[in-house]
Design a protein. Structure first.
Length: 387
């Protein structure tokens, strides 16, 4: 078993059928790193309009969607004997969202009929070469500018070359071409799961996932920040240290901290009583940064912690299992919440989200195979804002 972490089931997994390493998108064990070290390159937050593209705006996930993009896992080379199971999870997510808003499922040629049959008529199929399901990172990041939706192509590279994803590297251009969106190029490499916005110019980013030689060699944090501001139109960046080298994403923010509303941030909280590890120290560092941060409007942030489930009650398996409730997805009519099998913790997370999204249905979905591959519902979805 790998080192204990918030992304590891903390019990014996002998004979549990662990998913192959190739499946991971939010977590797969690698080398060690110390998240407690101060973030490099200046203060933990930076503000002001310097570098932001005038009139460009990255909207919040809770704003009106035109559609949700997802991707159909294509390869047994990645998922092995778990391919059917992970497709069942994707089907559950696609059907849940597709009953409430338009869903476009990216499907490799030759697999369209089986994907359509599984996901139903509410889901539109877009035939294009696909490797895996991680639409959050492969679909372009949509921004609004001059009344139009445009897409930022962040040069997906298999999370810094950790995996080969030749087909997924072309998804951003394929989506932009299919819908006629202007492509916004950028010299930096990043993934949609590495940052989070309030829609008012504030960006939460894990430094470990973008200021990293496996994505952006030779670029300082200040240089990466200026390009994020330009490409996304944000004006304030709040940097969380994250963790380098412990999972395939280098600690995407969408398993750590998420905006619930302007000025309100959800924070992942480790199950009480577990030994401190790099992930809990990362959350401690994030808590400290957020306590002293202000958003793009100058407002102090309110932090709401969402506790993880009891690892002895989780129904899923895998060294890379993601047990963070923060990997939820906010749709137009629903909030789609991972369900882990600890009934008390599942219900507590549902109640917390319901309190912050009273006008949306909270839709719990069991995604044990996706989670065992290192991801969650947010990792497998990508919102396109309505024009």
């Amino acid at each position: 078993m790998s080192a204990l972490s918030r992304r590891t089931v903390l019990r014996s997994l002998a004979g549990a059928g662990v998913v192959a390493l190739g499946a991971a998108a939010c977590a797969a064990p690698d080398d060690t790193a110390d998240p407690g070290a101060p973030a490099s390159g200046g203060s933990a937050q930076s503000g002001g309009p310097t570098g932001a593209a005038p009139g460009r705006r990255l909207g919040a996930e809770w704003e009106k969607h035109a559609r949700t993009f997802m991707a159909w896992p294509a390869s047994q080379d990645i998922w092995g004997g778990q391919l059917d199971a992970v497709r069942t999870d994707i089907t559950s997510v696609a059907r849940a969202i597709g009953g409430r808003e338009p869903v476009v499922l990216l499907v490799s040629p030759g697999q369209e009929a089986s994907a359509q049959n599984a996901c139903g008529s509410d889901v539109e199929i877009l035939s294009t070469p696909v490797d895996d399901l991680w639409a959050r990172d492969t679909v372009p990041v949509f921004v609004e500018e001059a009344g139009k939706v445009k897409g930022v192509d962040f040069n997906f590279s298999g999370w810094g070359g950790k995996q080969q994803h030749a087909n997924d590297a072309g998804i951003a251009r394929a989506v932009l071409a299919r819908y006629g969106f202007e492509r916004i190029g950028t010299p930096i490499v990043a993934e949609g799961g590495s940052f989070e916005t309030d829609g008012q110019g504030t960006l939460l980013v894990t430094e470990s996932s973008v200021v990293n030689d496996n994505r952006n060699p030779g670029r300082s944090r200040d240089q990466v920040e200026e390009e994020l501001k330009r490409a996304l139109g944000v004006t304030r960046v709040i940097w969380l240290a994250g963790v380098r080298g412990r999972d395939i994403t280098d600690a995407h923010v969408d398993c750590l901290a998420r905006f619930a509303a302007p000025g309100v941030v959800f924070l992942d909280q480790a199950f009480p009583g577990l030994p401190a590890d790099v992930w809990s120290r990362s959350a401690d560092q994030a808590r400290s940064v957020l306590a002293n941060a202000t958003d793009a409007t100058g407002k102090k942030l309110t932090v709401v912690e969402i506790p993880q489930p009891d690892p002895d009650k989780i129904t899923g398996r895998g060294d890379a299992f993601v047990s963070s409730y923060l990997n939820f997805y906010i749709g137009d009519k629903g909030v789609y919440l991972p369900l882990f099998g600890d009934q008390q913790a599942d219900e507590r997370a549902r109640e917390i989200l319901k309190g912050h999204f009273p006008n949306r249905e909270i839709v719990p979905i069991r995604i044990d195979t996706i989670a065992s591959g290192g991801g969650g519902i947010h990792c497998s979805t990508h919102d396109q804002p309505a024009a």
